[in-house]
Ligand binder design. Structure first.
Ligand SMILES: C[S@@+](CC[C@H](N)C(=O)[O-])C[C@H]1O[C@@H](n2cnc3c(N)ncnc32)[C@H](O)[C@@H]1O
Length: 259
């Protein structure tokens, strides 16, 4: 049974162990995304030109990717003129990121730490970004205040997550796709302890997310609800194309720190 529990802090250790184990499976997909000349987002690989996740002008911008995994998002940022750094909780994921840096001849700092306690100074970055990184594997009440601390006044936070709607419709069983029924309460949605493995995810309802961002001094600028194209495919079993064409399966939040 999936449970929503608050207040426990064992998830960083548990998610580190899980991601050290899963890292090998993510090396191949990571390499393909590093090789892509144009960014694509999320489980449906939706093209940047279609959704506009990234800021138009990245030249000279300092960015931090929170939960960078294999580091392809930071690679895309570097190629657009930004000065990225990647932070991740898993040494194995960072080892892949380092190999891919060598393979593609593109170096940027990689930091082994939890995004809930980043060993970085205040106000060092113009952009904090996370694609299924800290954005779902960290407690939002811990990582979003950290992201706000790391940003310069006027800096932007951009993160991609499973949609709140999807999280209500996904069964506990790992390989079962989202249903057309609401399977759990929306109110109080926060921590997800998945049965079958040690991993812990976090997802908030929209009202709670808006309130949290605002309490951290971040103004919501946009909420992009991603819709895959009619011929899109995904390697993930938890949602079908038919579902994702009708309801948003992924969402991108954009918020800006008060100048
Ligand atoms: C699905 S990957 C996302 C990264 C990248 N977009 C990718 O797909 O390779 C999730 C990453 O979040 C990282 N992560 C989990 N908990 C974290 C934490 N507390 N702090 C920083 N990173 C964390 C994992 O180690 C993993 O590399």
């Amino acid at each position: 049974m999936l449970t929503a529990v608050t207040g426990r802090a064992d998830h960083v250790r548990r998610n580190r162990a899980v991601w050290d184990r899963w890292a090998a499976e993510y090396a191949g997909p990571g390499e393909r995304l590093w090789a892509a000349s144009d960014p694509t987002w999320g489980i449906w690989n939706i093209a940047e030109v279609q959704v506009g996740v990234l800021p138009a002008d990245l030249e000279g911008r300092d960015s931090i990717e929170l939960g960078c995994g294999t580091g392809y998002v930071s690679a895309w940022l570097a190629r657009r003129g930004a000065r990225p750094a990647g932070l991740d909780n898993s040494a194995a994921q960072l080892a892949t990121a380092r190999q891919l840096q060598d393979r593609f001849g593109l170096r940027f700092p990689l930091i082994h730490a939890s995004a809930e306690q980043a060993p970085l100074g205040d106000a060092c970055f113009d952009l904090a970004i996370s694609e299924y990184g800290a954005s779902i594997w960290c407690d939002p009440y811990r990582w979003i205040p950290e992201a706000a601390r790391l940003l310069r006044p006027g800096g932007q936070l951009i993160f991609l997550v499973n949609s709140a709607l999807l999280m209500l419709a996904v069964p506990d069983a790992d390989d079962q796709p989202a249903t057309e029924r609401l399977l759990r309460p929306y109110f109080g949605m926060h921590r997800f302890d998945w049965p079958g493995d040690e991993s812990v995810e976090f997802h908030l309802g929209h009202g709670d997310m808006i309130r949290l961002l605002r309490n951290c001094g971040l103004e919501v600028e946009d909420l992009l609800e991603l819709r895959p194209g009619a011929d899109a495919t995904t390697r993930y079993p938890f949602v079908t194309l038919e579902w994702a064409r009708q309801w948003p399966s992924e969402e991108v939040w954009k918020a800006r720190k008060h100048p």
